[in-house]
Design a protein around this ligand. Structure first.
Ligand SMILES: *[C@@H]1O[C@H](CO)[C@@H](O)[C@H](O)[C@H]1NC(C)=O
Ligand SMILES: *[C@@H]1O[C@H](CO)[C@@H](O)[C@H](O)[C@H]1NC(C)=O
Length: 162
C-alpha cells in the first residue's frame, strides 16, 4: 500500500513538471510604475469594453468578460470562451508600493471545468489581453512575470487566437 502511494505521488509530480499545473490555470505578476488607481480604472474599463461578443467578430477571445467585484484592492470576474463555452474565473489583486506611485498586480485565472488540463494558453491570455488591451503594457516600469509552471501552456500561447 505504502509503495503504491509513493508511486502515485511520484507520478503526480512528474505530471506537474511535464505539463505545468494539473488543472488549467494561470498566475501572473505585474509591476506598473503608475498608481493603483490608474491601473484599476484601466482594467475595469477594458473588461467593460470587452463584455459583449462584438470584439470577437474577427476571431480571438477578447470578448465576453464579466465583472463581479471591482474595488481598488480587488477586481474579480469571469471570461467565457467563445469557441468551446468554457468559463474561467479571473481575479486581480492590486497592491500599491513605492509610496502609492507604483502598483503590483497578482493575476489569477482558472478554468471552471475541473477536468480541463490543457487550455492552449487561454488562462494566460485572459489576463495578458486585459493588460495589453488597456495599454498598461506601455506604462513606465512595466514588468510581467510568469512561466510554464504557473500557467498552463504559457509558452505555446497565441493570444491573438486564444
Ligand atoms: C497610500 O494610499 C492610501 C489610500 O489612499 C493611504 O491611506 C496611504 O496613506 C497612502 N500611503 C502612502 C505611503 O502615501
Ligand atoms: C498567432 O496567430 C495569428 C493568427 O492566426 C498569426 O497571424 C500569428 O502569426 C500567430 N503568432 C504566433 C507567435 O504564432
Amino acid at each position: 500500500m505504502e509503495q503504491a502511494a509513493v508511486i502515485l505521488l511520484g507520478l503526480y509530480f512528474a505530471t506537474c513538471s511535464a505539463t505545468g499545473p494539473l488543472h488549467a490555470q494561470c498566475r501572473v505578476e505585474w509591476n506598473f510604475g503608475v498608481p493603483c488607481w490608474n491601473v484599476y480604472v484601466a482594467l475595469v474599463s477594458q473588461i467593460k469594453l470587452w463584455s459583449t461578443a462584438d470584439n470577437c467578430q474577427q476571431g480571438g477571445e477578447k470578448c465576453l468578460y464579466t465583472l463581479e467585484t471591482a474595488n481598488i484592492h480587488l477586481i474579480a470576474g469571469k471570461h467565457s470562451t467563445l469557441s468551446d463555452k468554457n468559463v474561467e474565473d479571473i481575479t486581480l489583486k492590486l497592491i500599491p508600493f513605492d509610496d502609492n506611485e507604483s502598483c503590483h498586480v497578482s493575476g489569477f485565472s482558472v478554468s471552471e471545468t475541473w477536468y480541463l488540463v490543457l487550455d492552449y494558453g487561454t488562462n494566460y491570455c485572459n489576463l495578458h489581453n486585459l493588460v495589453e488591451g488597456s495599454s498598461l503594457d506601455k506604462a513606465p516600469g512595466y514588468a510581467e512575470s510568469t512561466n510554464d509552471f504557473k500557467c498552463t501552456q504559457y509558452s505555446a500561447a497565441n493570444c491573438t487566437i486564444y
